[in-house]
Design a protein around this ligand. Sequence first.
Ligand code: BTN
Length: 233
Amino acid sequence: MIGSKILKFEVIESTNNFLKINQSSLEHGTIVQANIQTQGRGRNNHTWMSEKGNLYFSVLLKEEINRSLIFDNLVKTSVAIIRLLREFDIDGRIKYPNDILVEDKKICGILTESYGSLDIQYLVIGVGININQLDFKDLSNKATSFKIEKNKEYSIEEVLGKFIKHYNKLESENYELIFKEYITSSMVVGKKILFDSKEFLIKGIHKNGNLILEHENIIEYRTPNEISLTQLY
Ligand code: BTN
């Protein structure tokens, strides 16, 4: 169960960093949310621009975690976001491994970070959801928000509340079915990519988080770091 304790900040460096620094004194499921992040981070050391008006939060998981569950948590988080978007009548699709898009524009990014080598001590799931931002400047053809999609302002707290509700509900659901929902909400499965100068069909996503690729009837498995999905067709 997540969200029994929520810490809110007006300004913070990064909600992921806050949990990383303070995890030993915080309970499993604690959520930290900020209105502004001064050093918001995305995958591959990218900056996550975090101006006021959007939802930035991280969840601390300390119980029943191990390395093989990291991808399962990303799956659950992604499905919780797809379901919450549906409640707002927004049709989101999952762009493997960690983006949620509306049509071709990103509305949400997820940054999962684990700590500990063999035995994972804790997991931080950081989520940024674009809510009331209208101007994405240089990224305006790549990003969208609730407000752009629906032409009205939304309560950031309400969206966070719905995320918590959906995530907690998923904890009691069958993982096989959650994984199926993840695959049917994926926008990469069934598409083609060029990799190593060869054309591959993305056949699926393995439960361990690897992409399943096919070229001339030969199946290959690739991790998200080995492959770029910028050119899908
Ligand atoms: C990505 O798309 O690359 C992931 C973006 C994750 C951004 C969120 S905002 C809340 C949390 N704190 C951070 O510094 N990053 C994540």
